[in-house]
Every structure is written in C-alpha cells, then in structure tokens.
Design a protein around this ligand. Structure first.
Ligand SMILES: O=C(O)c1ccccc1N[C@@H]1O[C@H](COP(=O)(O)O)[C@@H](O)[C@H]1O
Length: 208
C-alpha cells in the first residue's frame, strides 16, 4: 500500500503556496511560460519559495524555453525540479543539474510506452490531456484507460483533476503522483483554499 504524492501547480501568490504546504502538498509548481495566465516573474518565484516551510519541492514549469532563458532563471530561483511541458526533445531537458519530469500530452492512438522510452533520464513522466494548440493547463481530463498499466517509471497524472474525480483517477491509473492547477482555482492563477484542501485530503485518503 502506498501513498500518492501531490503537486499544486500554477502558484502565483505566497498565501496559496502556504495553504498548499499546510494542507500537505509534496510540491508546488511555478509556471515560467509567459503566455500562461499563471506565469510568474523571477522575483515572484523567489518570494514564494522563500516563504515555504522545509520539505516542499519546488518545481519550475517550462514550455520550449531557450537554454539561455532557462539558465538565467535557474541562476536566480532555487528550483528543485524542472517540468518540461512543451515539445522539448530529450537533449533539451538535460544539462541543467536538476532532475526533470517530461510532460506528454495524451490522445487516443498514442503509443505512450514508446514516448516514455524516449526520455530514459527523466525522473518521472507527467501525463496531461492533449488539446490542439494548447501546451497544458487546459482543465480537461483525458481517457485514463489509455495509460498502460506498467510504464516502469514514476507517472505524474495531470489534466482536469479536482477533488471530485481524483480518487477515481488514482484508482484507475495508480500513479506515483497527481498534479492539479485549474481544478483548485477560484480564478486563473488564484487558488481556492477550500478546493486545495479538499483535493489534498482526497489524495491522502486514497491509497493504492
Ligand atoms: O498551468 C498552465 O497555465 C500551464 C501552461 C502551459 C503548460 C502547462 C500548464 N499547466 C500544467 O498543465 C497540467 C494540467 O493542468 P490542469 O489541472 O488541467 O489545469 C498540470 O501539470 C499543470 O501543471
């Protein structure tokens, strides 16, 4: 029997980070993608991370960022883990002296196992919903039955999760962790404390 880890992504405010940490989130996600309504500046990210208690993993989310842009952010922001959510190839994700997770956007007919195998150095694989033209954070779930049973890697399940469906999602996919953004928001980039608490409580009471 194991507990499923959790990440609350798209944090833009200190108060939301603290609610997530106090409610037991294992990680918070900071979006460094200017086109996202949840994008944070370097200074915002530093302020949020400085306010966190120990043992909360800080994840930086990037979408096709250049090496130069990413390097500048990493020089300034103490991120523990990188999440590549665009079309990054394996070589684009390596060389930053940080573990990374690669997001794959899932649709019917995909050979998920083959895509996962392309990223042997990834610490984990995040599975999100494929929506044409949108890299992520769509709030839409995908058909969880598309996920093969044993991908042999830590799987982070994402895409349209919320307190009402996360239990079923965990029981179906048996992921290492779940990741949520829109399902715990009051508005874009603003978390709803009650939704965050309800989501994390539901994750905690669901063992696999
Ligand atoms: O949150 C965003 O704005 C975002 C932008 C670009 C790529 C990914 C983004 N978020 C990630 O998308 C998934 C699913 O989010 P949701 O729960 O469906 O809203 C999650 O991993 C977010 O971290």
């Amino acid at each position: 029997m194991s507990l499923v880890r959790s990440k609350i992504c798209g944090i833009t405010r200190v108060e939301d980070a603290l609610v997530a940490a106090e409610a037991g989130a294992d990680a918070i996600g900071l979006v460094f993608y200017a086109k996202s309504p949840r994008a944070v500046s370097v200074q915002q990210a530093r302020t949020i991370i400085a306010a966190l208690p120990p043992f909360v993993t800080t994840v930086g989310l990037f979408v096709n960022a250049s090496r130069c842009e990413l390097g500048e952010i990493l020089d300034a922001v103490p991120l523990d883990l990188l999440q590549f959510h665009g079309d990054e190839q394996p070589a684009d994700c390596e060389g930053y002296h940080r573990p990374y997770i690669k997001a794959l956007r899932v649709k019917a007919g995909d050979d998920i196992a083959a895509q996962v195998a392309r990223y042997p150095k990834a610490a984990g694989i995040l599975l999100d919903t494929y929506v044409p033209g949108v890299p992520g954070g769509t709030g839409e779930a995908f058909d969880w039955s598309l996920v093969p049973h044993d991908l042999g890697r830590p799987v982070v399940l994402a895409g349209g999760l919320n307190a009402a469906n996360v239990r079923a999602a965990i029981e179906r996919v048996r992921p290492y962790a779940v990741d949520v953004s829109g399902g715990v928001e009051a508005g874009k980039g603003i978390k709803d404390a009650d939704k965050v608490r309800a989501f994390l409580a539901e994750v905690r009471r669901t063992t696999i």
